[in-house]
Ligand binder design. Structure first.
Ligand code: ZN
Length: 421
């Protein structure tokens, strides 16, 4: 047995909406043994003094696309990068996310093969260092959809068709998707991600496009549930989200154009929403400098939907919905800058406790890991982060990590702002 005592200047435990004063956490090997004003100090116990910091559970980001090094490179990804390059990028993203205090990331798939399951396994085996990964290796989608990487070469039909055929979970028909879910689960998918509507980032579709048919979506949800996997959907409009809710979907990513009636239905059915404010924040807050970094098509779509994005965001945050915390960094910031979403929540006037709860206990529940992570209490894994800035007032607080431990092991920590701003 090895013991570590962590002295916390302040503590947010993921259980109470409260920052408590000085506390101690006693860690035995991988797990938290005791939390209190004065914990036991077994012989040989190492003491880590974090009395200058606010200590929290290791943060969790529920919407990460790990498989690229730099968002500027995404347009090249379609044709220039090998699968191996993507795997390296996923490993690097997991390493940097961990250094930033995010001990778990949920990888919601990528356009192409990225061996994200291998990266996850290599981290679990201790071969490489990184955040714990919960993985949907490939998102399920139809040709020409938001999930179709060959959209970018659509003007070359032969190349585009060739690329379509390389992608294992892109196709049409209920039978195809039943099979795709079974294969994903066979190779180790922790959950299933579907692209139900078009997007903002992809050039040739609209967020209002319905890109999977009812029988395809129902086949995916039923097959996944029969194999004890949850399904989450990239979806924007009220109409489609309502359809998915009535089909038994477990979660919705974005929901950025949802109406009041749809939000009530999601509350009733206890379906979680990961609102991913980051990709739409520049248009909502009218940050022209950041908007200018996006492609002309992306900007045009954002401007077109601005009013509705603002209104839906207001409705979402006035609701009692169960929110997950997910960043979905596609443009403007890098995929490991998981603290950016905290900044967005605070700048949009959302209570820091709501954001902290989403990024800890609620995300643990969404990932099916609430028995293991998300709170600081005896029996949980010792996933612990420390922060030098004031979590309640400083919107950059989660970008400036001052301590990180995963399963009782301390890792190098980093301030994302120092290196990458
Ligand atoms: Zn996404």
């Amino acid at each position: 047995m090895s013991y570590t005592k962590i002295i916390c200047g302040k503590l947010y435990d993921g259980i109470r909406d409260e920052i408590q004063g000085r506390k101690e956490i006693l860690v035995e090997d991988k797990k938290i043994l005791e939390v209190g004003d004065h914990t036991a100090e077994p012989a040989g116990c190492r003491v880590i003094d974090l009395s200058a910091l606010t200590v929290t559970p290791g943060m969790i980001d529920a919407h990460v696309h790990a498989s690229y090094f730099d968002w500027h490179e995404i347009p090249k990804d379609t044709v220039y990068y090998s699968d191996g390059m993507r795997a390296l990028a996923a490993a690097e993203c997991a390493r940097k996310a961990l250094a930033g205090g995010f001990t778990t990331i949920r990888h919601v798939g990528w356009f192409r093969e990225d061996y994200s399951l291998d990266v996850k396994r290599a981290i679990e085996a201790g071969f490489i260092q990184g955040a714990r990964m919960v993985v949907a290796p490939h998102f399920l989608c139809s040709p020409g959809s938001h999930g179709d990487p060959s959209q970018s070469v659509a003007s070359n039909p032969v190349l585009s068709r060739f690329m379509e055929n390389q992608y294992p979970t892109m196709g049409s028909g209920a039978e195809f998707f039943r099979d795709a879910v079974r294969h994903e689960v066979k190779i180790g998918a922790d959950f299933i991600k579907i692209m139900a509507t078009g997007g903002f980032f992809t050039p040739n579709d609209s967020p209002e496009d319905k890109q999977l048919s009812d029988d395809e979506m129902q086949a995916i949800i039923d097959t996944a549930h029969s194999l004890h996997r949850t399904v989450t959907a990239h979806a924007y409009t009220g109409e489609l989200i309502t359809t998915l809710a009535n089909m038994g979907i477990d979660g919705i990513e974005h929901a950025s154009l949802a109406d009041q009636k749809t939000i009530r239905l999601l509350e009733e059915k206890d379906i979680y929403v990961v609102p991913t404010l980051c990709p739409y924040d520049e248009i909502v807050l009218l940050d022209e400098e950041k908007l200018a970094q996006k492609s002309p098509e992306f900007q045009k779509k954002l401007r077109h939907y601005r009013e509705q994005l603002v209104e839906s965001r207001r409705l979402l945050f006035e609701s009692n919905l169960r929110f997950g915390y997910g960043t979905d960094l596609v443009v403007n910031y890098q995929n490991y800058e998981c603290g950016r979403e905290y900044s967005a929540w605070l700048r949009n006037g959302i209570s820091p406790y709501r954001a902290l709860r989403a990024a800890t206990a609620e995300n643990a529940r969404i990932l099916g890991l609430s028995d293991e992570i998300g709170t600081i209490e005896p029996g949980k894994l010792a996933d612990i982060a420390g922060w030098g800035r004031d979590l309640l007032t400083d919107d950059l607080a989660l970008l400036d990590c001052a301590f990180v431990m995963k399963e009782g092991v301390e890792y190098p920590h980093a301030c994302v702002l120092d290196h990458y701003r």
